[in-house]
Design a protein around this ligand. Structure first.
Ligand SMILES: Cc1cc2nc3c(=O)[nH]c(=O)nc-3n(C[C@H](O)[C@H](O)[C@H](O)COP(=O)(O)OP(=O)(O)OC[C@H]3O[C@@H](n4cnc5c(N)ncnc54)[C@H](O)[C@@H]3O)c2cc1C
Ligand code: FES
Length: 357
């Protein structure tokens, strides 16, 4: 019997030969991708639907760069897309599979295809920007201001995000807009360093003032519902501050009478930022309350505020009522815990909006 290592090597060589053979021998010829029954892209098949969208300036979001790990590139494929792949199954609910919902990054174009793309996504544009400011907010969070060069203005809803193109890597990552929509000529971002992360390391270690960066957007259905009169509860931590800051500044700018309570979770005092800014807003804007919560305050912090997980503070403070709407932004475990607390307090699932990151 051949040793396992030799077998593995043979399988690897065969797999590589198959990929090379497919590239050389298989040509899919000209394929037509019909979008929303009207726009037709004529492409030479072989690449993913997402690649053809990007080449034709249709900016479907792709927070993971096509690795099938973000689930953001969903479109409806009406015909020609083949079977759903195992990589897609985790993101596409059983009932949505009947409608033909697919991940555009996983659909390889081999023949003519008919797809439906939401009108919102068709509105997304590409923006050339120039970096105006980069400053440290904490030991691992930076604040970035991007000045729009072409086009010079962007319209978006408070809470939405853009995609940042990492120069030369042809990869995109999503970042929530931290500035309010009234600020049309600049986009502010709050970016946390993910150790070893491609884009956040680029932003923290390479990006410099005056650099030219392309972004696309706006995207996302996490945005302030302005047609509602419900009280607002925001829960976030770290860079999850970004979309909530946009929502808060927008609400203040509009003189919105709705009560807003913002629970901000951090480990210790060194992870807090914008504290003075938020406390000053609290003093001047009587509808706003800011509640920072530390899970591991250090003795040197001399912390006298709320402690524990941010969701425990929500449980302590939030009155039970059905007249609340919640905006959550942060890591998946925090969002999941917050969903449980909020529904227990009588906040209707339909009125809870979140972005997990
Ligand atoms: C809608 C949306 C809005 C977002 N808004 C913001 C924002 O305002 N500010 C911000 O800083 N980030 C935000 N993100 C996250 C951002 O898009 C990137 O995922 C993040 O910056 C990491 O990218 P990277 O290229 O540095 O890491 P990658 O190279 O993609 O990942 C490197 C490694 O780190 C892991 N990893 C990736 N993300 C995280 C994470 N968040 N925590 C721990 N490990 C991780 C990956 O699994 C991988 O193993 C948002 C994400 C989404 C989907
Ligand atoms: S681009 Fe992330 S799942 Fe398709």
């Amino acid at each position: 019997m051949l040793p396992i290592l030799v077998m593995d090597a043979i399988l690897l060589v065969l797999a590589i030969l198959l990929i090379i053979a497919e590239r050389i021998l298989v040509t899919y010829g000209e394929c037509r991708v019909t979008i929303n029954k009207e726009k037709i892209l004529t492409v030479t098949g072989g690449e993913s639907l997402l690649s053809y969208f990007a080449q034709n300036k249709i900016f479907v979001p792709s927070a993971c760069g096509g690795k099938a790990t973000c689930g953001y590139c969903k479109v409806e494929v009406l015909s020609g897309g083949g079977h759903i792949l195992p990589t897609e199954e985790v993101f596409i609910k059983r009932e949505d599979r009947q409608k033909g919902l697919r991940l555009a990054c996983q659909v390889k174009v081999k023949n003519d295809l008919e797809v439906l793309v939401s009108e919102d996504l068709l509105q997304a544009q590409e923006y050339k920007t120039k970096i105006a400011t980069i400053t440290d907010l904490t030991h691992d969070i930076k604040y970035i201001v991007m000045k729009l060069v072409e086009p010079q203005e962007i319209s978006f809803k408070p809470g939405q995000y853009i995609q940042f193109r990492i120069p030369e890597a042809e990869e995109f990552r999503a970042y929530s807009i931290a500035s309010p929509p009234s600020q049309k000529n600049t986009i502010e971002l709050i970016v946390r360093l993910v150790p070893g992360g491609l884009c956040s390391s680029y932003i923290h270690e390479v990006l410099d003032v005056d650099d030219e960066i392309t972004v696309t957007g706006p995207y996302g259905d996490f945005y302030l519902r302005e047609d509602s009169e419900r009280e607002i509860v925001c829960i976030g931590g770290g860079c999850g501050m970004a979309p909530i800051r946009s929502i808060l500044f927008h609400s203040m700018g509009k003189g919105m009478p709705r009560k807003i309570t913002y629970f901000f979770g951090a480990r210790s005092k060194k992870d807090l930022f914008y504290t003075e800014e938020l406390e000053s807003i609290e003093r001047s804007y009587q509808n706003f309350r800011y509640i920072p919560v530390l899970s591991e305050p250090k003795p040197d912090d001399k912390w006298t505020g709320e402690t524990g997980f941010v969701t425990q503070a929500v449980e302590r403070y939030l009155r039970s009522n059905g007249n609340t709407e919640a905006y959550l932004c942060g890591p998946p475990p925090m969002i999941d815990a917050a969903l449980k607390v909020l529904t227990k307090k009588g906040v209707h699932e339909m009125h809870i909006y979140y972005d997990k990151f």
